[in-house]
Design a binder for this molecule. Structure first.
Ligand code: MEV
Length: 444
């Protein structure tokens, strides 16, 4: 049985790892070696990472890759992607190359509104609350002046504050529903600070409002927090070309390909089981760029999946059509991203990724991210509707299997040669490695 530990966060890093190694590992020495192998020898850099979170014991590597040749709005870009899944960067690069000779990607931001809410309980007359709100509304703006002045200088700030009656959902439940423009920052701290001030103003002003009864004066603020659902912070990415231009080695009949591709998208539009996997493929591209640029991929994930369900049933984020012999494939996604604040100036690889993207504004980053999602979706659907996914997927995964079996350079050479024209599966690779290792000829 493992023991509980008191004051773990107060222990030094050495004390923490020693306790963990002793408590959970049959070979504590080996566990310590593994953890320390991933420490950075540059102490300043390691300290920076240690201080991102509490109780840091090591660093967890994820590869940072690059997908080049992305022609977006007429300009070439190389997109940084932080991801562990073998085939994602290869698929993005392939899609980028494919579309670079067919007009490239078009992307544009449709709107950039962020949202935050103060959730509160008011036990009393609804119309009295409404008049109270209308009269004190200006105070919400004036009392947050010290928080908003810098954002206002950058052209952003609080856009509007509404009182929302939610008593049909929960007894006595109301909201202050506020909208914000946070310019190049994701804005979470800015929004949450404004909301906490709104909550204070709401409660203080209610206490002073003579028309409220004693019970009405005692507004209970349950919480004040931004919403990660941002259905009015949308970016659109699109590719299109004449159907006949889709032709290439694996697409000998472009019309049949385009029709089958559209059918695959339609299935994801109407069938939630497929839509989840379809959108997961989109998120392969989106999350990888979001992570590489130091943004909050959990927030992005939560918001995007809510958006995919906005019509009452989970559905595809992307759509496709043929009109006048032109094939068009596009997606629209909500993305609350920042290129200033947060990790953006702290994490050296985030700074690197942003510089590689030529230090984009938040709107430009939204476009890169949406394009990466669309490219990924195109690559997945192209494979699924032609060769099937496993061929490419398993060829990329082959290296993981070889690493698992600690294959030597000679073995790798022979195995890659053998599987160039064979179907790769975990068992077929294992079987082949075993055959090689048992073969006299190989040993000699
Ligand atoms: C795998 O990571 C993603 C796919 O399953 C996406 C899809 O099915 O569209 C290939």
């Amino acid at each position: 049985m493992n023991n509980a530990v008191a004051g773990f966060s107060k222990l030094s890093k050495e004390e923490k790892i020693n306790w963990i190694a002793k408590e959970y590992f049959s070979n504590p020495q080996e566990a310590l070696v593994t953890l320390k192998k991933y420490w950075n020898s540059d102490e300043k850099l390691q300290k920076l990472h240690d201080e991102f979170i509490e109780n840091t014991i090591s660093n967890f590597y994820i590869p940072l890759g690059v997908a080049p040749n992305f022609l977006i709005n007429g300009k070439y870009n190389s997109i940084p992607m932080a991801i562990e899944e073998s085939s994602v960067v290869a698929a993005a690069s392939k899609a980028a190359k494919f579309w670079s000779t067919r007009g490239g990607f078009k992307a544009r931001v449709l709107n950039t509104e962020k949202i935050g809410q103060v959730h509160f309980i008011y036990k009393g007359d609804e119309s009295k609350l409404e008049s109270f709100f209308a009269i004190i509304k200006a105070k919400f703006f004036s009392n947050t002046q010290n928080i908003t002045k810098n954002m206002q200088k950058r052209g952003g700030g609080i856009l509007d504050i509404e009182l929302k009656v939610k008593t049909h959902l929960l007894p006595n439940y109301y909201q202050l529903h506020a909208t914000f423009d946070t310019k190049d920052s994701m804005g979470a701290n800015f929004i949450n600070s404004c909301l906490e001030q709104f909550a204070k103003t709401l409660q203080e002003e209610a206490q002073l409002w003579d028309l409220f009864s004693e019970e009405e004066k005692n507004i209970e603020v349950v919480m004040s927090i931004l919403s990660n659902y941002v259905p009015n912070c949308i970016v659109r990415a699109e590719v299109s070309c004449p159907v006949e231009d889709l032709v290439e080695k694996h697409i000998p009949n472009p019309k049949a390909f385009a029709e089958r591709f559209i059918r695959a998208v339609q299935i994801a539009e109407v069938e939630p089981f497929r839509a989840v996997t379809h959108n997961k493929g989109i998120m392969n591209g989106i999350d990888a760029v979001v992570l590489a640029t130091g943004n909050d991929f959990r927030a992005v994930e939560a918001g995007i999946h809510a958006y995919a369900s906005r019509k009452g049933s989970y559905s595809s984020l992307s759509h496709a059509k043929i009109e006048n012999d032109i094939f068009t494939f596009w997606l629209e996604v909500p993305l609350a991203l920042g290129t200033v604040g947060g990790l953006t100036s702290l994490h050296p690889l985030v700074k690197f990724s942003l510089e590689m993207l030529e230090n984009p504004s938040a709107e430009e980053l939204m476009q890169f991210v949406a394009v990466a999602g669309l490219a990924q979706n195109f690559a997945a659907l192209r494979s699924l509707t032609t060769t099937g996914i496993q061929d490419g997927h398993m060829k990329m995964h082959l290296n993981n299997i070889l690493n698992q079996f600690e294959a030597t350079e000679d073995e790798r050479h022979l195995i890659h040669k053998h599987f160039k024209h064979q179907v790769v599966s975990h068992s077929s690779v294992v079987e082949y490695i075993e055959t090689l290792r048992n073969s006299e000829q190989f040993r000699l």
